[in-house]
Ligand binder design. Structure first.
Ligand code: PXG
Ligand code: PLP
Length: 492
């Protein structure tokens, strides 16, 4: 039912539902039927907290989906975006542009690791991943290596949901429904080894070099290395449940890429913008790729936007090897360098600078690590992994119900007013960089409490219908009142 119909009913003294009609929106990566039976809706947010539609305060332990690094509803971003919308709402991205696009690129280039200072704008992390892969393939072609056309990704990798990123990605559940994807793609092993490294604080110490060497072995035995265009990896695998590279691993991957002329792409959609306590994972690990992808934190989540930064030599190669007046890269989006995205990016970079957010995150990471590892010994916790302001808590599954325990933990924490993220049987924590120590403590003590109560409840604790009774009653009531309105409306 539309708003004007509801308003006219309200004017007739009929009670109007406060819950929107849930029928039409198909939620992404969500169990839609389950969600719609107990909708978890936020109506506002400020700083490190959300307000739910039924007026509860929820501490944001996840920065939204890893994106709201500077805390919610930042006035600086809101006013920059509002101003831009009133000044220049849109300018054609192809064959025209606007000054803010160049300013945003320059500001980003200053913030990014040195040398990665030629910037292509996108609308999301998925678009960044596909753009980076296309630039890598086209680069090999313009530099006279058209047979270098294979792409290598990694098991458990996440590079978004578009066909390129999906193909190099390595999360089986995301791939299997969607056919064959790109051809000419292979994957290297992921570095997670719980048996060896459970409860390691920070990076695992051992095994990095041998694991990276497996990449070399794979490309030389299964492929001619001269057919590989690029290797794409997340320096820390976020979506697959916080998988950390062992010491020395990324550096060795870089060496192997150099040895065989393979481009190295770091997908920093999650690790960029201070998440590890450094500006980028590049700074944390001291390993510099040829191409970096970013999104999320770049606009503080306020406007959908991403970017791909390439080494100057890559950009220059396109300029040097394309005919005069030719389009050097036939690629781009309607919304590439969208004015409001550029305004949000610049405002976000200002906040990072003014509030020294990266240093703040770095200074908090020891406390965060300590708090995360208090979960050792809590029921079902079989590993805690941490780096910067990221923690992954891996749980033992209930037999035959993979993911049910993490989902119940998420629901229980949500009831207790803390938002955590669950993926498979892993809880991932990644609070805004503006988080306070007492809030960090609250997140982990809430998880401990949730798990302890799940242990007491046994299998029935895994049943989602046990949680959020208010939301459930309210959803049922609201659905009913939507139906009543529809009936009244028909009768009228
Ligand atoms: N690359 C990486 C490394 C990512 O983490 C993407 C690309 C895709 O970005 P977009 O903007 O297209 O979603 C991502 C996104 C989670 C979670 O809970 C992670 C992401 C997105 C949503 C949820 O781990 N990562
Ligand atoms: N589909 C059609 C029919 C289009 O015309 C366009 C862009 O012009 C697209 C898809 C791509 O849209 P976007 O540039 O927003 O990615």
């Amino acid at each position: 039912m539309n708003t004007s119909k509801l308003t006219s009913l309200a004017n007739k003294g009929v009670i109007v539902p406060t819950l929107p009609n849930l029928d039409h929106y198909w939620l992404p990566f969500t169990a839609n039927r389950q969600f719609k039976s107990m909708p978890r809706l936020f109506k506002a947010a400020k700083g490190n907290y959300y307000t739910t539609i039924n007026d509860r305060s929820v501490l944001d332990g996840t920065s939204g989906l890893w994106c709201v690094a500077a805390g919610h509803c930042r006035e600086e971003i809101a006013s920059a975006v509002a101003h831009q919308l009133r000044t220049l709402d849109y300018a054609p991205a192809f064959q025209n542009s606007h000054p803010l696009a160049f300013e945003a690129a320059e500001r980003l280039a200053e913030f990014l690791p040195r040398g990665l200072d030629r910037i292509f704008f996108t609308g999301s992390g998925s678009e960044s991943a596909d753009t980076a892969l296309k630039i890598a393939l086209a680069y090999q072609r313009v530099t006279g290596n058209p047979l270098r056309n294979k792409l290598i990704g990694r098991e458990r990798g996440y590079h978004g949901v578009n066909f390129g990123g999906l193909s190099v990605g390595g999360i089986a559940g995301n791939r299997k429904a969607f056919g064959n994807g790109l051809t000419g793609v292979d994957h290297i092993r992921h570095p997670l080894d719980i048996n060896r490294n459970a409860f390691t604080r920070g990076l695992p110490q051992d095994g990095g070099i041998e694991l990276a060497n497996e990449f070399e072995q794979r490309i030389t035995t299964l492929h001619d290395p001269a057919t590989i265009a690029a290797l794409i990896v997340e320096p820390m695998q976020g979506s697959a449940g916080v998988v950390l590279p062992p010491v020395g691993y990324l550096k060795r991957l870089r060496e192997i890429c150099d040895k065989y002329g393979i481009l190295l792409i770091f997908d920093e959609v999650i690790t960029g913008f201070g998440r590890l306590g450094t500006r980028f994972a590049v700074d944390y690990f001291g390993v510099v790729p040829d191409i970096i992808t970013v999104a999320k934190g770049m606009t503080n989540g306020a406007v959908p936007m991403g970017a791909v930064a390439v080494k100057r030599e890559i950009y220059d190669a396109f300029m040097a090897n394309s005919p005069a007046n030719a389009i050097e890269l036939p690629h781009g989006y309607t919304y590439t360098a969208h004015p409001i995205g550029c305004a949000a990016t610049i405002a976000t970079l200002d906040i990072f600078e003014n509030e020294k957010l990266v240093e703040r995150a770095g200074n908090l990471s020891a406390h965060f690590e300590q708090a995360a590892h208090t979960l050792k010994g809590i029921p079902f916790v079989k590993d805690v992994r941490n780096i910067g302001l990221v923690a992954g808590i891996e749980l033992e599954s209930f037999p035959g119900k993979l993911g049910a325990r993490a989902f119940a933990t998420y629901l229980k924490c949500y009831e207790m007013g803390v938002l955590v993220r669950h993926t498979g049987e892993i809880i991932a924590i990644s609070p805004p960089l503006t988080i306070e120590k007492h809030e960090i403590d609250r997140i982990f003590s809430c998880i401990a409490e949730a798990l302890t109560s799940l242990a007491a409840e046994g299998e029935q604790g895994l049943d989602p219908t046990r949680y959020l009774k208010n939301e459930q009653q309210w959803a049922a009531h609201q659905q009913e009142s939507h139906q009543q309105h529809a009936t009244l409306e028909q009768a009228a």
